[in-house]
Design a binder for this molecule. Structure first.
Ligand code: PYC
Length: 306
């Protein structure tokens, strides 16, 4: 019988399950190499942590590891219901709030190592967290794809720590009641953009008018395993900020409030560091469970349903 200590939080409705102990030994290579090893050799473990019956399609796991760079407070490998992620904005906010809950960190700035670079996450006195993300950029503007059963759809391909295809005004109500159609639409869009020479895109972000006072836009983000992000998606908001900045629609230091499909918000802004766009996103997370998972190999679903 194996036990794994986890702490669950949610950031704007999107869960993060931080694995504190009981995870696999991945050695001391770079975080990118350790993530590849985790994906290659420990996929069962990933599934056991986030998939049913212990989790659900919407869970994001965050495996805490020793950072390569000793100036970092922690290293983290994010994963979901189908595989590993590059970075995760809502997950980094959840991680900081979890470390604060454990009294392992105090308010202030903390460097966190991820497989795609170091981010600086600041725990504010009021409990909010801002994440100065990896450099973000737009790779392709106004890419038009033919989407089965829908027609022509135009959007931008951008990197915000994960790869996104961002589509403005998708012509669908951006409401929770319409989640099934939004999921179907974004899944078709993803297949079309992947077939059109952008195989790296694994997140699709639709953007429409906001509903919350003070918000600039509402989004619906489809994640790689077909679950939608309940939060405004930290990496998706970063990709959006990079596109706005590239179009001259957002100046350095100006706040962009991004609302999610469930109505939660992140405040975002960009700064330019050594010629690169560095988005910062700010939001809050809440710890909701402190648990020990039990992995009993005689349980037919010990390694999750996948
Ligand atoms: O917040 O960056 C994010 C994220 C990625 C996938 C789910 N959430």
């Amino acid at each position: 019988m194996k036990t794994i200590r986890v702490i669950d939080s949610h950031t704007g409705g999107e869960p993060t399950r931080v694995v504190l102990s009981g995870g696999p030994e991945l050695g001391r290579a770079s975080l990118a190499e350790r993530r590849e090893r985790f994906a290659r050799e420990f996929d069962q473990f990933r599934s056991a942590i986030v998939n049913e019956p212990r989790g659900s399609d919407v869970f994001v796991g965050a495996l805490l590891v020793e950072p390569e760079d000793s100036a970092c407070a922690a290293g983290v490998i994010f994963f979901n219901n189908v595989g590993v992620l590059n970075m995760c904005g809502h997950g980094t906010i959840g991680l900081l709030v979890t470390l604060a809950h454990l009294k392992r960190i105090q308010p202030g700035a903390h460097r966190i190592e991820t497989p795609v670079g170091v981010v600086t996450a600041t725990l504010h006195e009021n409990g909010e967290v801002s994440v100065a993300n990896v450099p973000s950029y737009r790779k392709a503007k106004d890419v038009t794809v033919e989407v089965t059963g829908v027609g022509m759809v135009t959007g931008d391909v951008a990197w915000g720590g994960n790869w996104f295809f961002l589509v403005e005004q998708p012509g669908e109500p951006m409401t929770l009641a319409n989640v099934e159609r939004l999921t179907d639409l974004t899944w078709r869009i993803r297949q079309a953009i992947n077939a059109q020479g952008f195989p790296e895109v694994d997140h699709v972000e639709l953007l429409g008018p906001p509903q919350s006072p003070g918000a600039h836009s509402r989004n619906f983000v489809l994640c790689p395993g077909k679950a939608y992000d309940r939060s405004p998606c930290g990496t998706g908001t970063s990709a959006k900020l990079a596109c706005l900045f590239a179009d001259g629609k957002l100046k350095e230091g100006e706040t962009w409030r991004q609302e999610s499909i469930v109505g939660s918000c992140f405040d975002g802004a960009v700064s330019v560091v050594n010629g690169e766009i560095r988005p910062t996103i700010r939001g809050s997370a809440f710890v909701i469970a402190d648990s020990t998972l039990i992995l009993n190999e005689t349980d037919p679903f010990c390694w999750g349903i996948r």
